[in-house]
Design a protein. Structure first.
Length: 132
């Protein structure tokens, strides 16, 4: 959930502020706030994920992908980000890349012993396979 008060990472205050800005339809300011969170807390997964998710919702897939790839260079085992990138490539009409990233997310969730994430990745893969 973008901007959720439940965020517990070090960038939580920024993420919450960006959520309020989004609710006020102040998207450019929300983006700037997420970017500030990333600059201040470069290892905070929630900040990167929230910004990438916002770009994805705005159909700015290339921006979402760039943020996701930047994060994955620092944290290559984050299944959630691979899954988000898979969705971006799927929406861009690049099913091969979407499939590859969904498979990587499956492995990352398996490595993290994240059953919920693993099951979500399986569901995404089934959906992608049904389109193929």
């Amino acid at each position: 959930q973008t901007g959720s008060a439940k965020q517990a990472g070090p960038a939580a205050m920024y993420i919450q502020k960006a959520g309020v800005l989004l609710a006020q339809n102040k998207v450019p300011l929300a983006i700037k706030t997420f970017q500030q969170a990333i600059e201040k807390f470069p290892n905070d997964a929630d900040a990167y994920f929230s910004l990438a998710q916002l770009y994805m919702q705005a159909k700015a897939y290339d921006n979402a992908i760039a943020i996701g790839e930047m994060f994955l260079k620092r944290n290559p085992d984050n299944g959630r980000m691979y899954l988000l990138l898979s969705g971006c490539y799927d929406l861009k009409g690049e099913p091969e890349k979407a499939m590859k990233l969904a498979k990587i997310s499956l492995l990352a969730f398996q490595k993290q012993k994240d059953k919920e994430g693993f099951e979500l990745s399986q569901k995404v893969l089934r959906g992608l396979n049904s389109k193929a």
